[in-house]
Design a protein around this ligand. Structure first.
Ligand code: ZN
Length: 188
């Protein structure tokens, strides 16, 4: 596994429309493993393949990479005693996801994105949706999603169409967000 570089705005590759996965091979499994490692390292709760420069319809999501209430574990591998913050991971992979019936009712979440660092803004999206997707073996599933998972998968699916969450904002708010990002980059 390897941590890959996350593309950030205004990288034009983020506007790519990703193509469906047709071959469910080791290369796909490596991509998914690398995407998880990259997402956990960032850290983030979702990542689309195009964010690491691969224009394929693949998403990974884990809404709770860390369990803040868990007791730290003490271990001594590597020759010295140290503590690990235990994780209660719930990794989810969605290959070729499709949204079947988005709810008319909307919900609002303050969204952020690893490709638009440090910027957060409220976005309205359908509150629930049914999603059809494949796993890394090519097996098809359908599932009803709600809450943060419904929001997150819609955010990630936007990436597959070359859309960022800031594209849902008014031009004024988007420009303000990008200005803020440029200022923070200049200060860094
Ligand atoms: Zn994103």
């Amino acid at each position: 596994m390897a941590i890959r570089e996350i593309l950030e705005v205004p990288d034009p590759r983020l506007k790519t429309v990703s193509t469906p996965v047709t071959v469910f091979d080791d290369e796909l499994k490596t991509l998914v493993a690398d995407m998880f490692e990259t997402m956990y390292d960032a850290p983030g709760i979702g990542l689309a393949a195009i964010q690491v420069g691969v224009p394929k319809r693949v998403l990974v999501i884990d809404l709770q990479p860390d369990d803040p209430d868990a007791e730290p574990e003490v271990c001594n591998h590597g020759g010295h005693e140290h503590t690990h913050q235990p994780t209660k991971r719930e990794p989810r992979v969605f290959v070729n996801p499709e949204i079947l019936d988005p709810a008319e009712e909307l919900s609002t979440y303050q969204e952020g994105c690893l490709s638009v660092p440090e910027i957060y803004a409220d976005v309205d999206r359908p509150k629930t949706c049914r999603v059809r997707y494949q796993d890394v073996e090519g097996i098809t599933y359908e599932e009803d999603l709600d809450g943060l998972l419904a929001t997150c998968i819609q955010h990630e699916m936007d990436h597959l169409e070359g859309i960022l969450f800031i594209d849902h904002l008014s031009r004024l708010k988007r420009n303000m967000a990008l200005k803020k990002l440029n200022k923070m980059r200049a200060a860094a």
